[in-house]
Design a binder for this molecule. Structure first.
Ligand SMILES: Cc1cc2nc3c(=O)[nH]c(=O)nc-3n(C[C@H](O)[C@H](O)[C@H](O)COP(=O)(O)OP(=O)(O)OC[C@H]3O[C@@H](n4cnc5c(N)ncnc54)[C@H](O)[C@@H]3O)c2cc1C
Length: 351
C-alpha cells in the first residue's frame, strides 16, 4: 500500500484587509496558514464609523450581489449579520426631478456596519488578522517571501498584494525581487487612474417622509452623485433620527480639494434640502466628512500580466485588478487570487 503523503503546511501573507484580501483568505484551503496584515483597519473602503448610537458606511454604501453564486457564498459566510436594504433607489435629473429606477440588484450591508462583512469573511477563513501592520518591504529570498513591517520581518511561502493600486506600485517598486514582471506590474499599477470622492454624513434628530433608500444622479458630472439614507439599514440609526451619506462628484471634489470640512458639510446640507424637498435638512445637528483621495479606480492591468507573477508565488488582488471600483468585483478578484495560489500549491481551493 502506498504511503499517505501529508501535505506540507503552507504559509501565505495577504497584505491588505479589504474585501479583496478577505476573499483571498477565504479561497485558500484550511491547510494553508493565512496571515492578513492590514495597515489601518479591516474593511478598507468598506468602511463604517460609529457615533452617538448611529452606524454609517462612509466608503462603499452597499455591496451589490447580482450574481447568484456570489450571493449564496456571502449569505452563507456572513450569516444573520448580513442585512438586506429593502427600500428602492430612485434617480434624479439635473433639475431635481426624482423618478423611479429599474432595480436590478439586491443591496446589502452589515448589521453593525459594512466593514462587518469583511470581518465575517476573514473569520470564516480562519485567518490570523493584524490591524495597524503596514507592510514596508518585500524581498524574494531563496524561494520564500520576506515581509517587513515597521515591527518585524517574517517569512512566507507566498504573498498576495490585496492593496490599492498606488500602494501596490510602491511595494513592487521597492521590492527586492529580481524578476522582469516586477517593474512592469509596478508601472501599470502606478498608472491606474483614480477618482477622488468626498463623502459627507449629515445627522438629523427627526425622520424623513420619503420612500426611497438612495438617490442617484443620472448626470455623471453632477455635484451630488449619491445620497444614501443610513436609517434604511436595519440597526444603523435609532428610531426618530435620520442620517444621510452624500457622495460628491469627481469634478466637485477636484474643484474643492482645499475646502474646509465644515464648509463642505454645510454646503452639501444646502444642496440636499431642495433635492429631498425638506428645508429642515439645511441644519444637521452633527456632520462628518471624509475624502477618499484615490476612491475609485478606472482601468487596470491585463489578466495575463497578473498571472505572470504566480510562478513566483505572488498574486495581486483588488478592485483595480478587476478594473472597476466595485466591492463585488474586488471580492471576485480576491477569490480568484486565492484559488490560483491554492492550485499553484497543488491544493483544492475552497471555492
Ligand atoms: C466613496 C466610495 C463609495 C463607494 N461605493 C460603493 C458602493 O456603493 N458599492 C460598491 O460595490 N463599491 C463601492 N465603492 C468601491 C469599493 O469600496 C471598492 O471597490 C472596494 O472596497 C475595494 O476593495 P479592495 O479590497 O480592493 O481595496 P481596499 O478596500 O482599499 O483594501 C485595501 C486595504 O489595503 C490596506 N493597505 C494598503 N497599503 C498597505 C500596506 N502597505 N500594508 C498593509 N495594508 C495596506 C489598506 O489600508 C486597505 O484596508 C465605493 C468606494 C468609495 C471610495
Amino acid at each position: 500500500m502506498a504511503a499517505q503523503v501529508t501535505p506540507m503546511p503552507r504559509s501565505v501573507c495577504v497584505v491588505g484587509g479589504g474585501i479583496a484580501g478577505a476573499g483571498t483568505a477565504y479561497a485558500l484551503p484550511e491547510d494553508v496558514e493565512v496571515s492578513v496584515l492590514e495597515s489601518r483597519s479591516v474593511g478598507g473602503r468598506l468602511a463604517s464609523r460609529r457615533r452617538e448610537g448611529c452606524v454609517y458606511d462612509h466608503g462603499a454604501d452597499h455591496l451589490r450581489l447580482a450574481d447568484d453564486d456570489r450571493a449564496e457564498l456571502v449569505k452563507a459566510v456572513v450569516g444573520d449579520t448580513l442585512i438586506e436594504i429593502p427600500e428602492p433607489i430612485h434617480q434624479f435629473e439635473a433639475d431635481g426631478t426624482i423618478t423611479d429606477r429599474p432595480d436590478e440588484f439586491t443591496r446589502w450591508s452589515g448589521e453593525n456596519g459594512i466593514d462587518g462583512i469583511v470581518w465575517a469573511v476573514l473569520e470564516a477563513a480562519g485567518a490570523d488578522v493584524e490591524e495597524g501592520a503596514t507592510v514596508t518591504g518585500l524581498a524574494c529570498d531563496d524561494g520564500e517571501w520576506v515581509v517587513s513591517t515597521g515591527r518585524d520581518s517574517r517569512r512566507f511561502d507566498a504573498i498576495v498584494l490585496a492593496t490599492p493600486a498606488a500602494a501596490t506600485a510602491v511595494l513592487l517598486e521597492a521590492a527586492n525581487w529580481d524578476a522582469p514582471v516586477r517593474r512592469r506590474l509596478a508601472d501599470v499599477a502606478a498608472d491606474v487612474p483614480h477618482q477622488p470622492v468626498d463623502v459627507v454624513a449629515l445627522h438629523y434628530p427627526f425622520e424623513l417622509d420619503v420612500s426611497y433608500y438612495g438617490l442617484v444622479s443620472v448626470e455623471r458630472a453632477s455635484d451630488v452623485v449619491w445620497l444614501g439614507r443610513q436609517e434604511c439599514k436595519p440597526g444603523h440609526v435609532p428610531d426618530g433620527e435620520s442620517l444621510l451619506t452624500v457622495q460628491l462628484g469627481t469634478l466637485w471634489s477636484a474643484a474643492n480639494a482645499g475646502a474646509r470640512p465644515q464648509e463642505t458639510a454645510l454646503e452639501v446640507a444646502h444642496r440636499v434640502a431642495p433635492l429631498v424637498g425638506d428645508d429642515r435638512l439645511r441644519e444637521p445637528d452633527w456632520w462628518d466628512h471624509h475624502r477618499w483621495g484615490r476612491g475609485l479606480p478606472s482601468g487596470g492591468p491585463e489578466a495575463s500580466l497578473c498571472d505572470r507573477t504566480l510562478e513566483y508565488d505572488l498574486a495581486v488582488a483588488g478592485d483595480w485588478v478587476a478594473g472597476v471600483g466595485q466591492a463585488h468585483a474586488a471580492l471576485d478578484s480576491g477569490l480568484a487570487a486565492g484559488r490560483k495560489l491554492a492550485e499553484q500549491f497543488g491544493l483544492e481551493p475552497v471555492v
